[in-house]
Structure formats: structure tokens, C-alpha cells
Design a binder for this molecule. Structure first.
Ligand code: TPP
Length: 552
């Protein structure tokens, strides 16, 4: 299989990357497919190689990214008998794949030409129908290594018809839990909030989605609380950028009749969850872009799964006489939220000014002013993504933002960023130190060489997020050892080992110059930013306290 792929890649039939670590390779593929919306195939040998695909498969499943895992297997006669590198790998990815397709257990040579072609089409369609991962397991009979003469013969003319027995492949669909309720109306003349979560639809549908959000927002005058991964852009009217801080400071009126229109999954915010829970659930709709699995952890919403576009068409047909901004009351409420939003922005501009000591909220608030317009950002799970939706303001919507939209893992972040960067060009990854160390194997992957991949490593000596949980001190056991887990890796030496340009950034004033230095490089560049997690946690609390007094 490797020889066939190598030959076809030389004929430029596709891009071929090789990797020694299957786990990183699968995350890199996830990055490429997230950027392109098209499945990337990850091809491995049999045995534990297949089990290394699971973490990326889990994320691809939840975030609806098409991926195809093609794994070589041993034929039936060598299974369950102690043969080397022979395991029950056909079951490893079953629980997270849209479908598992098993070639005949005696070996793929028992398929006919026709069956092989339909197998390929099937795999592609399965990965894209409801986008997600698909596993194709291929038992291969020996001899595994064709002679030079056989190889030449194969390249001269592919004689698929010599495969003459027709043993059909076995396709197992994963039954998905399905939820979709009929259209439910909302009252556009009363107030409501539009919550837009991470985008999980197909890339080709995002333009229509953005349009529909604009139409609905104009008709109702409702404010929008959007996730940085929502795909909405800066020109979207009604965006309340600092919704997280407005909720944290009790500045949203949780009137029991407030209507909620949720588009996509819920942003992972405890404040937001608490706010929604405080409302009655009678006017709460969740609309997904074809995702029929239940997506409401609060069990409050009625889920309509046929997409916002389709819901909006029915809505408009039921409110034919509705004009833009028909409700003066809604407009007043929106304007009052906008005014508070602007107050927060001015306060943060001063509090987190772009000079002096670097801290985590400051990075989130100011990074967009340093990066060129439209340069995409990937944020690792944990504090980087949380700080971004709390402090970044409008800049989240000025460029494409990526992160894990499904499972908030701290694994595979660098690999995914490499995949994104190979597909879309220069990219900034803002990454926590544990997430970075978890995936430092990613530097063994093929690196983007035409442009920089800039990694801002926020080194707060372990999992800073655990300092933000404000847990009571344990009566027994050590928090550092149990949760925070500071590591003692010499970052400059690690960078040197992989020949990665490295700089330690000490003050905010040096940010722009350092960024310009990064842009001169090709491939990964590592910028080490040391922060103080406990001090930053106090700062976050202090900001909420001060805003509580400030906003009226
Ligand atoms: C694969 C995986 N293992 C463990 C966790 C649990 N976890 C969540 S956040 C976190 C700490 C992350 O630390 P870091 O990347 O340094 O970011 P920080 O919290 O400092 O912002 C851990 C271990 C997880 N989400 N995913």
C-alpha cells in the first residue's frame, strides 16, 4: 500500500505526508480536514498503530470533521492465533466512527474491481454525509512485498480485473442517537438572546449561515453572544463581545420570559450555563446544522436539527409582515447591552494596556492588534480559549479562530496546528505549557516550510486552569502533584533539539518586534512567554469585582 501511495504521490495525484507517530499524524490530518472540509486519509499498519488513532477520531466525531482511517490488517487465518502484530483492531474505533468498513477477512485480493471501486466511493460518502471519521480495515494476505518486476508491471497497467472473487465488504453503520423536533416559533416582538456556539456545519454552508443570522438579528433586534469559533465575522450587527463578563457581573436581566435561540453546541462556560439554568425553559430553541445527536447538556432546549437556514424560512413564512427592528423595546434593550459592552471595552483597554508585564488576560485582549489582519489563530483548550472569549472583544471575529470544538482535549494541539497551517498558510498557535509538552512529538511531523507557524507558549508552570477553579485546599494530598503538574523541561533545549527558532519574550513592548522576527522564518517558531498563574487568577477576579462596581 505504501508503495502504491508513494508512486501516486510522485505523479501528483495527492499530497503525501509520512510520520512515525500515528497519534500526531491523525491530529495533523484533523487540522487539514478542519481547514478544507474534505476528508484526509490516515493510513497505518496493524496493531497498536490503530489504537493511536483514537484520540483524534474522538475529536473528529464530536466536532464533525471528515477523516478516513485506512488500516492494514492480517488476514483471518492469522487472527486470534497469537500471530505477530495481529489484534482486534477492527473494533478499536467503532464507538466513534460514522461507520466501520471491513474488507473481506481473507484479504482484499478477494474483491473484484467493481467492489473495490464501490468500496472507495462508499468510504468517501460515509465520511462526508454527516461529516465525521470512518474506519476502513483492510486485511492483506502475504506476500506483502511485491518484487521489482511485479511493481513495474503494476505501474504499467493496473490489472484490477484479475481480482476475480466477489466477496462483498462488510459495512457497519454506527447507529446515532437522533433528536429533531418540529419547528417551534419564537416571538420576535419580545426580547431574546441569540447564542452562537462553535460552528459544526459544513464549510460550504457557513456563508448562508452568516446571512441567516444577520436576517434574524435585524428582524428581532436581539443581541448575539457568540463563541470565537462560531464563524461569525466582525461586521455582524448585535454582537455583544464581552457577554461572559456581563453575565459574571449579573448585568444581563434574567427575566423569566427571556427567549433563547441557540445555534450549535453550547460554549463551555459555567457562567453561561448558570445563566441559562436560571431561565424558564419554555422559550428555548436549539438549532443544529444537521447534527441529530442531542446537543443540550442542560436538557432545557427543544432541538431542531435541520439547520438554521431551514428554520428561518419557516419563521419568515409565519411572520410575513415583520419589518426589521419592529420592536422599539428590543432595540432599547440591545442598545443598553451595547453601552455596557463598550464600557467594559474601555475599562479593559486601560486595565490590560499593551505595555509592561505580560499576563494571560493581556495577551487575549491585545494579540489581535499585533497580528496582521485575517491571520488565523488556534487556541489550545484550557485558559487560552477561555481568556479569548472573555477578554479578546471584537478581535475574535476579525479572523478565523480554531480550537477543539468537541472534547476540549489538551492532546494533539501542535499536530492539529501543523495540519491547519499546511492547509491554510501562516498561523498562530496560543498554547498552554502542558498542552505543548503533551504533543511535542508533533515536531517529528512534516513541518510547513513555506511560511511560519508561530507558537506562543504560555508557560504558567502547569495547568493554570486548576488555580481558577477556586477549590478548597485539600486536607490531604498535594495540588501541584495531583492537578497542576509543573514540568521541568528546558524549552530552549527542546527547541534546539528540533532546530526550531526560539525566543523568550519578557515584556509586552517587545511583542511586535518579536512577531516581526517570527514572520521572517519558515516553519515552526517558538516564543516562550512566562506568566504567573496565581497572580493572573487574582487579576481575573479583580476585573470582575471592579466591573461590578463600574457598570450601571
Ligand atoms: C488529553 C487530556 N488530558 C487531560 C485533560 C484535563 N485537563 C484539562 S485542562 C488541563 C491543564 C492544561 O494545562 P495547560 O495546557 O498548561 O493550560 P493552562 O491550564 O495552564 O491554561 C488538563 C490536564 C484534558 N482536557 N485532556
Amino acid at each position: 500500500m505504501a508503495l502504491a501511495l508513494g508512486g501516486m504521490a510522485e505523479d501528483l495525484q495527492f499530497n503525501l505526508y509520512t510520520a512515525i507517530d500515528e497519534r500526531s499524524a491523525a491530529f495533523m490530518a484533523l487540522g487539514i480536514s478542519t481547514a478544507t472540509g474534505k476528508a484526509t486519509a490516515v493510513i497505518t499498519t496493524s496493531g497498536t498503530a490503530v489504537s493511536n488513532l483514537l484520540p483524534a477520531a474522538v475529536e473528529a466525531d464530536k466536532s464533525c470533521v471528515p477523516l478516513i482511517f485506512i488500516t492494514a490488517d492480517r488476514p483471518e487465518r492469522l487472527k486470534n492465533c497469537g500471530a505477530n502484530q495481529s489484534v482486534n483492531q477492527e473494533q478499536f474505533l467503532t464507538s466513534v466512527c460514522r461507520s466501520v468498513i471491513k474488507a473481506p477477512s481473507k484479504g482484499i485480493h478477494t474483491l473484484t474491481n467493481r467492489s473495490l471501486i464501490s468500496l472507495v466511493n462508499n468510504v468517501w460518502n460515509e465520511a462526508h454525509a454527516f461529516p465525521g471519521p470512518v474506519h476502513l480495515n483492510l486485511p492483506i494476505e502475504e506476500p506483502l512485498h511485491p518484487s521489482t518486476t511485479e511493481q513495474k508491471k503494476a505501474w504499467l497497467g493496473w490489472e484490477l480485473d484479475s481480482f476475480d472473487n466477489d466477496n462483498k465488504p462488510d459495512l457497519i453503520h454506527n447507529p446515532l442517537e437522533r433528536t429533531s423536533e418540529p419547528f417551534q416559533d419564537l416571538d420576535p416582538l419580545l426580547f431574546g438572546i441569540i447564542l452562537v456556539g462553535p460552528w459544526r456545519g459544513k464549510p460550504e454552508n457557513i456563508g448562508a449561515f452568516r446571512n441567516s443570522v444577520k436576517v434574524f438579528q435585524a428582524l428581532t433586534g436581539w443581541p448575539i453572544f457568540a463563541d470565537p469559533l462560531s464563524g461569525l465575522m466582525k461586521d455582524q450587527p448585535g454582537l455583544i463581545h464581552y457577554w461572559e463578563l456581563l453575565i459574571a457581573t449579573n448585568n444581563i436581566n434574567s427575566d423569566q420570559d427571556l427567549q433563547i435561540l441557540r445555534l450549535g453546541p453550547l460554549t463551555a462556560s459555567r457562567n453561561l450555563e448558570g445563566f441559562i439554568k436560571s431561565l424558564s425553559n419554555k422559550n428555548h430553541i436549539l438549532i443544529t446544522e444537521g447534527e441529530k445527536r442531542p446537543l443540550d447538556p442542560l436538557h432545557m432546549a427543544k432541538q431542531y436539527s435541520l439547520g438554521f437556514d431551514s428554520w428561518l424560512k419557516v419563521f419568515i413564512s409565519k411572520h410575513v409582515n415583520l419589518q426589521n427592528h419592529s420592536s422599539i423595546k428590543n432595540l432599547e434593550l440591545l442598545n443598553s447591552l451595547m453601552a455596557k459592552n463598550n464600557q467594559i471595552h474601555s475599562y479593559l483597554d486601560k486595565k490590560l494596556s499593551s505595555n509592561g508585564i505580560i499576563n494571560e488576560p493581556k495577551i487575549a485582549h491585545n494579540i489581535s492588534n499585533i497580528l496582521p489582519a485575517k491571520m488565523p489563530i488556534m487556541l489550545s483548550a484550557s485558559s487560552p480559549i477561555r481568556d479569548f472569549f472573555t477578554f479578546s472583544g471584537s478581535s475574535s471575529f476579525a479572523r478565523r479562530c480554531f480550537s477543539y470544538r468537541g472534547t476540549s482535549g489538551i492532546d494533539g494541539n501542535i499536530s492539529m496546528a501543523i495540519g491547519l497551517s499546511l492547509a491554510i498558510g501562516p498561523l498562530v498557535l496560543i498554547c498552554g505549557d502542558l498542552s505543548f509538552f503533551h504533543d511535542s512529538n508533533a515536531f517529528l511531523l512534516k513541518q510547513p516550510r513555506d511560511h511560519p507557524l508561530i507558537i506562543f507558549l504560555i508557560d504558567n508552570k502547569g495547568g493554570g486552569i486548576f488555580n481558577q477553579l477556586n477549590l478548597d485546599k485539600p486536607t490531604k494530598g498535594n495540588v501541584d502533584k495531583l492537578f497542576i503538574m509543573p514540568q521541568s523541561v528546558q524549552l530552549s533545549s527542546l527547541a534546539k533539539a528540533y532546530s526550531i527558532p526560539y525566543k523568550h519574550l519578557l515584556s509586552f513592548e517587545d511583542f511586535s518586534l518579536t512577531f516581526d522576527w517570527c514572520m521572517k522564518h519558515r516553519g515552526p517558531v517558538l516564543i516562550h512567554i512566562a506568566t504567573d498563574s496565581r497572580a493572573d487568577n487574582l487579576l481575573r477576579k479583580n476585573i470582575t469585582k471592579e466591573l461590578n462596581k463600574l457598570i450601571i
